[in-house]
Design a protein around this ligand. Structure first.
Ligand SMILES: [Fe+2]
Length: 298
């Protein structure tokens, strides 16, 4: 077993005394999953993993996603990373040089600075994400995490009850539009690859049983509410859930591996000077299935 240093009572733990460069044993795998269930974010320093090693750690948590960047924008262009299961969270092009100022990938990256939970715009969203840092900026570029279980717990009973059955519509292109992406300029085939999907607004954790708000900037509307009322509700909940008391801010060091549970947290990148190189890669583990099981149209 490894050493666990909680950052808060039950949110974010730093892990020491573990080497993830060789495939995790059955026992280590179980301990990692249990610790993630409890703390929702695990910070594991000094893990300079290569792509294959990172994928092995990710598989501890379940089947992996294929990166959206690989499937939507970069289907026909070479990628910096070898494996399609890894998302390129960097400001580098395929040859490892800083992206040009007008490169569309810079605009796409900007959306990472909006509060979100990974892949909630997919029918089956993400369970765990594993982000590995290869190059970090000397200042800025921290990642913030919000504890959505604590945010749920802090709501009054009447508000909780009013949210229980709500279903939100998540749309990948909606969040992109918020950071200046021209939706009219998107080829129809991109939209067809990522249609809007329904997700519950309140989740129950499969293992701990804890409830959590399931929010993201991908939410375009709330079913059964008109656009304005739905928007107002989402804005209010976002404001509530991102108060500083629910937030952990991670300042990256080279070799950090941070694992988070997307069912219990939101996260966002923060700004940094684009003259600095920043290179990270993310493996994303699928959830067990859709949060809304139905065939209704949106
Ligand atoms: Fe993300």
């Amino acid at each position: 077993m490894f050493e666990i240093t909680p950052v808060n009572a039950d949110f974010v733990a730093e892990i020491a005394g573990v080497d993830l460069s060789s495939p995790p044993s059955v026992e280590l795998s179980r301990n990692l999953r249990d610790t993630l269930d409890q703390y929702a974010v695990l910070v594991i320093p000094n893990q300079p993993l290569n792509e294959a090693q990172q994928l092995k750690v990710a598989e501890v948590f379940g089947p992996l996603e294929i990166s959206v960047g690989a499937s939507v924008y970069n289907a026909k262009r070479p990628r910096r990373l070898e494996h399609a299961q890894l998302s390129d969270i960097s400001n580098l092009d395929e040859s490892g040089k800083l992206l040009e100022a007008g490169d569309i990938r810079r605009l796409i990256n900007l959306s990472n600075q909006l509060w979100h939970t990974d892949s909630s715009f997919k029918k089956t969203p993400a369970y765990a994400s594993l982000l590995s840092a290869q190059e970090v900026t000397p200042v800025g570029g921290a990642t913030e995490f919000a504890d959505m279980r604590a945010a749920w717990d802090a709501l009054d009973g009447a508000t909780q009850e009013s949210l229980e059955e709500r279903v939100a519509v998540h749309d990948y292109f909606y969040s992109r539009s918020l950071t200046g992406f021209d939706l009219d300029g998107i080829p129809p085939e991109w939209r067809e690859m990522q249609p809007p999907v329904p997700q519950v607004l309140v989740r129950s954790h499969a293992h701990s049983g804890r409830r959590s708000l399931y929010l993201a900037s991908h939410i375009r509307s709330i079913r059964g509410m008109d656009e304005e009322a739905g928007r107002a509700l989402v804005d209010r909940l976002m404001q509530h859930a991102t108060q500083s008391r629910f937030i952990y801010r991670h300042r990256w060091r080279v070799g950090d591996l941070v694992i988070w549970d997307n069912r219990s947290t939101m996260h966002r990148g923060t700004t940094f000077d684009e003259k600095y190189r920043r290179a990270m890669r993310r493996a994303t583990v699928q959830d067990v299935g859709p949060t809304v099981v139905e065939a209704a149209s949106l």
